[in-house]
Ligand binder design. Structure first.
Ligand SMILES: C[S@@+](CC[C@H](N)C(=O)[O-])C[C@H]1O[C@@H](n2cnc3c(N)ncnc32)[C@H](O)[C@@H]1O
Length: 194
């Protein structure tokens, strides 16, 4: 099966079995960039399925060729806008973990409406996750960290949880860049409520 998942129709939903040719649940990396995290986590857990969502074609192509070079059978990449893909193209209860790593923080107030996480997306995240599903969020931007935590907590659909295996969680490309500049990293884990 090709690593790039090219949806034949952008106006219907897809289940994990259709995207990967097997399985009932997967993990999704929202805005996967060049795929550094995706490659590492897919190698760490060959028994799990990983889907990278990225809106830039060049980055998505890079992700797919990296996965092919590494022979990773458990990775797929889709060129899509994250919110549209979650809201309209994925079957409900199909994602075990949503990884949301070092997203664009859109720091200027007039750009806050461009942030992926808004109050309105929280029910979408809840619907797409399996009953025991979770959101794993990391950023170097204090303002966006607070914004996401507030959206998640105000909705009452998720419970904040300790992130116990953070030490073995792979770094992303942007994380390495920010850490090399000595920036502080903020992390939050939210478990879906029934
Ligand atoms: C700052 S980079 C972080 C990449 C990666 N997660 C990392 O930590 O290295 C943000 C990535 O998200 C992608 N992106 C931003 N908004 C997106 C959206 N709404 N849907 C899909 N991809 C998006 C960008 O093209 C970019 O590759």
């Amino acid at each position: 099966m090709p690593t790039a998942f090219i949806p034949p129709d952008y106006f219907r939903r897809y289940g994990v079995a259709e995207i990967f040719g097997r399985g009932a649940e997967c993990e999704v990396d929202l805005g996967c960039g060049d795929g550094g995290f995706l490659m590492a986590v897919a190698q760490q857990h060959p028994d799990r399925l990983y889907l990278g969502v990225e809106r830039l074609l060049g980055r998505l192509r890079k992700v797919c060729s990296r996965a092919d070079r590494l022979g990773l059978q458990n990775v797929r990449g889709v060129r899509a806008e994250s919110r549209y893909f979650l809201e309209w193209m994925l079957e409900p209860a199909s994602v075990r973990r949503l990884h949301y790593l070092f997203p664009d923080p859109w720091p200027k107030e007039k750009h806050h409406k461009k942030r992926l996480v808004q109050k309105e997306i929280v029910p979408v995240l809840h619907r797409v996750l399996t009953p025991e599903g979770e959101l794993l969020f990391r950023t170097d931007h204090a303002g966006y960290y607070e914004w996401v935590c507030e959206c998640m907590e105000d909705a009452g659909l998720f419970e904040r949880a300790e992130w116990t295996d953070l030490d073995s969680y792979p770094s992303s490309d942007f994380q390495r860049q920010w850490e090399s500049q000595g920036r502080l990293i903020y992390s939050a884990r939210y478990i879906r409520k029934a």
